[in-house]
Design a protein around this ligand. Structure first.
Ligand code: NAD
Ligand code: IPM
Ligand code: MN
Length: 360
């Protein structure tokens, strides 16, 4: 098949990891007889530097006419001034909104080979397999914000808004995902305090009762969920939650497989191109050193093949190649945990090499 893929490398380690994912995708294309076209566009800090805009219109236009989008990461200390008129992160929020990518799928998959890379005990994490569905275009991230007053009276606000329609569509998607997995769905909110969470809880309960009586459904408050995730991760199948809670809980959940550098994500809407990215950020502390873990981005490339291009065998081939490099003992510094570490490039090359050896 032919597919046009937009690359948005962004800032920090973004370009380093996207380069490796691209090599993997190119290898898949040649091995399986596909034609993938790639075009890179600016987003984030580098786009601010060049165009004064974290998401230039040309980048939006290119994304809208593509089949799928791969993003590295945006942001860094250079653009962190709190009084700056725009920020790299605004570009990421805008592309999600422009493309209507309301559903962020974040699978927490544990590779058996990495059980010892996790700071948690083997008996707690072994067998963990959770799919988070994070609502991505609503909630506090997109609420009205502003400042008023001055001096000690200066104040800032940001409102959290969820509509019934926004909750229904993400809960439906999560429930359908649960039907295709272990049939269990947990909705996470803060309904004991927040009004939007109470609307979320009522709406989710109605959708589940009316449309998904076959899915085992429960609700957990977000603070308790942070604890349950670390204490009994195996008890969860699909978890659905709002924008900010999903952001925080999935970074915490990255310690189950052992590193933020292992978790991919897919952002999907109602048709149109999906956006694929690691869940981590631009890692300014290690940018330019050639030591970042490219596997989250490579696994995001597998999600792209599966969800946007309908190439399941190819997605599985990438995942099997990743598993193989781990089985062969290769570890970037984040998962080597003091042991011998391989570079970003060597890790990407190893995945490509295992792919080439795979049965087609
Ligand atoms: P971060 O995710 O960039 O890094 C957190 C820690 O994890 C750092 O120690 C980093 O070195 C490590 N890490 C992250 N990815 C890694 C990888 N692939 N391999 C090895 N180690 C890895 O979070 P942060 O430091 O809080 O944020 C840095 C910048 O990234 C901020 O500007 C933030 O806004 C931005 N950010 C962007 C995205 C995105 O583009 N989707 C996501 C999160 C944060
Ligand atoms: C993520 C990031 C982003 C988010 C930021 C950079 C806007 O943390 O993709 O998880 O909070 O959604
Ligand atoms: Mn995040």
């Amino acid at each position: 098949m032919k597919a046009s893929i937009i690359l948005l490398p962004g800032d920090g380690i973004g370009p380093e990891i996207v380069a490796q994912a691209r090599l993997v995708l190119e290898n898949v294309a040649s091995q399986f007889g596909h034609e993938f076209g790639f075009a890179s566009h600016p987003i984030g800090g580098i786009a601010i530097d060049e165009f004064g805009d974290p998401l230039p219109q040309a980048t939006i236009d290119a994304c809208k006419t593509s089949d799928a989008i791969m993003l590295g990461a945006v942001g860094g200390p250079k653009w962190d001034d709190p009084s700056a008129k725009t920020r790299p992160e605004a570009g990421l929020l805008k592309i999600r909104k422009e493309l209507g990518l309301f559903a962020n799928l974040r699978p927490i998959r544990l590779f058996a080979e990495l059980v010892d890379a996790s700071p948690l005990k083997r008996e707690i994490i072994e067998g963990t397999d959770i799919l988070f569905l994070r609502e991505l275009t609503g909630g506090i991230y997109f609420g009205e914000s502003g400042r008023s007053g001055s001096g000690k009276d200066e104040a800032a606000f940001q409102s959290m808004i969820y509509s019934v329609g926004e909750v229904e569509r993400i809960v439906r998607l999560a429930a359908k995902a649960a039907q295709g997995r272990d049939g269990r769905l947990t909705s996470v909110d803060k309904a004991n305090v927040l009004e939007p969470s109470r609307l979320w809880r009522q709406t989710a309960a109605r959708v589940m009762a009316d449309e998904f009586p076959d899915v085992k459904y429960d609700v957990v408050l977000v603070d308790a969920m942070a604890m349950h995730l670390i204490n009994r991760p195996k008890d969860f199948d699909v978890v659905v939650t709002g924008n900010m809670f999903g952001d925080i809980l999935t970074d915490a959940a990255s310690m189950l497989p052992g590193s933020l550098g292992m978790l991919p994500s897919a952002s999907l809407g109602d048709g149109g191109p999906g956006l694929y990215e690691p869940i981590h950020g631009s890692a300014p502390d290690i940018a330019g050193k050639g030591i970042a873990n490219p596997l989250a981005t490579i696994l995001a490339a597998a999600m792209m093949l599966r969800h946007s291009l309908n190439l399941n065998a190819e997605a599985e081939a990438i995942e099997a190649a990743v598993q193989q490099v781990l089985a062969d003992g290769l570890r970037t510094a984040d998962i080597a945990r003091g042991g011998e570490a391989t570079s970003t490039e060597a890790m990407g090359a190893a995945v490509v090499q295992r792919l080439a050896g795979a049965q087609v």
